[in-house]
Write a protein that binds this ligand. Structure first.
Ligand code: AQP
Length: 336
């Protein structure tokens, strides 16, 4: 709790330009919390997590700045929320090291994301990838977060965070708040336009599978035109028609319409018309975000100022927890 408010923490990796999936599944829902007086929100650019997969330094820098500006361009208020870079708060890797010593190999071995990512990057199965969930536990526990909005894919990591926190508290007393999954308005899970059986992803090798937040209207329309559907030409919402279902999900998430309403609206129309309508709706949704982004990315002084203020705010809360942890573990405080 901070000043009687519950604490919420989330973030995204700066591994590329974020997708419509990241936006509809996470960022847009965070923006809805701007005016919730009962929640203190921390949103990080998770750049430390990003290097578990090899990154080009210049691109990582660019992607980090882009993501930070997109947080604000999408509507996250940098005064009401704390928007910061994970690498600007050294307490994250410091706490992660300590928590590593309270985490068992067997627990990490069970993590399905590690298995998936290790298979995908077989040439670089580094220990950072293996201990990723411990850094994530540090991210969450440093801010004494009560709530963490998580997709199904991250539930296992939240569970391990709770296990580590409970283990630590069991030895040293009540140091950490035990976080819960935040089940606010559930964000849509957006699938790849080229393979609706897998989620839309910023690091997808097929550029036509993902709508990136900075894609221009022509690109958006072209990608939707190429979206994989099926051959029966019927607009219906069910699991046998994953391509159409995904297009309707996107349409509803963007317009706020219901699935039934959307299915009625498109009844009797061809797939071409559906794709065009979804493309138009997405382009309309992203246009103001892109306009604001262009303003922000050209105002380095303003963004740098926000970055500094927010890093100081995040560090204040993170260091408070870290100091407590270090004292409990038995480290000597540096004399003032
Ligand atoms: N397709 C999606 N639909 C809905 N939500 C999604 N999220 C990601 N993809 C979709 C949500 O976005 C947040 C940030 O994700 P992340 O950057 O930490 O990493 P990720 O989940 O691994 O996202 P990507 O785009 O697939 O990244 P890469 O390609 O680097 O692995 C999370 O809240 C996530 O649920």
């Amino acid at each position: 709790m901070i000043d009687g408010k519950k604490v919420l923490l989330s973030g995204m990796q700066s591994t590329g330009i974020i997708t419509l999936g990241n936006y509809l599944g996470a960022l847009k829902n965070w923006v809805d919390l701007n005016d919730d007086e009962g929640i203190e929100c921390f949103y990080a650019v998770m750049d430390l997590h990003s290097i578990t997969v090899r990154q080009n330094p210049a691109e990582l820098r660019k992607n980090g700045r882009t993501l930070y500006a997109l947080y604000m361009a999408a509507g996250l208020d940098p005064v009401k929320n704390c928007l910061f870079f994970q690498s600007h708060v050294p307490a994250h890797p410091q706490l992660a090291w300590i928590l590593n010593c309270f985490t068992y190999m067997g627990e990490m071995n069970r993590m399905t994301q590690f298995k998936d990512k290790a298979a995908k990057h077989a040439d670089n199965v580094n220990t950072g990838l293996f201990t990723y969930p411990v850094l994530m536990a540090a991210d969450i526990l440093l801010y004494q977060a009560d709530m963490v909005p998580v997709g199904k894919d991250q539930l296992q990591h939240l569970e391990i965070t709770r296990d580590i926190a409970n283990r630590f508290n069991g030895i040293y007393g009540d140091v950490f708040t035990i976080p819960e999954a935040y089940m606010g308005k559930s964000g849509a899970k957006i699938m790849s336009l080229q393979d609706p059986s897998k989620k839309m992803s910023k690091s997808d090798e097929n550029p036509n599978g993902s709508i990136l937040l900075l894609d221009d209207k022509d690109t958006i329309m072209r990608k939707f035109k190429k979206a994989v559907t099926d051959s029966d030409g019927l607009i219906a919402y069910n699991d046998d028609k994953p391509g159409i279902k995904n297009l309707i999900d996107i349409y509803c998430a963007v317009t706020g319409k219901t699935v039934d309403g959307a299915v009625k609206e498109f009844d009797g129309m061809g797939y071409g018309k559906l794709k065009e309508a979804v493309g138009e709706a997405v382009a309309d949704e992203l246009a103001p975000v892109q306009a604001k982004f262009n303003e922000l990315i050209n105002d380095k002084a303003y963004v740098d100022g926000i970055m500094k203020e927010n890093a100081a705010k995040a560090s204040y809360y993170a260091n408070k927890t870290l100091r407590k942890v270090m004292k409990k573990v038995g480290f000597i405080e540096l004399p003032r």
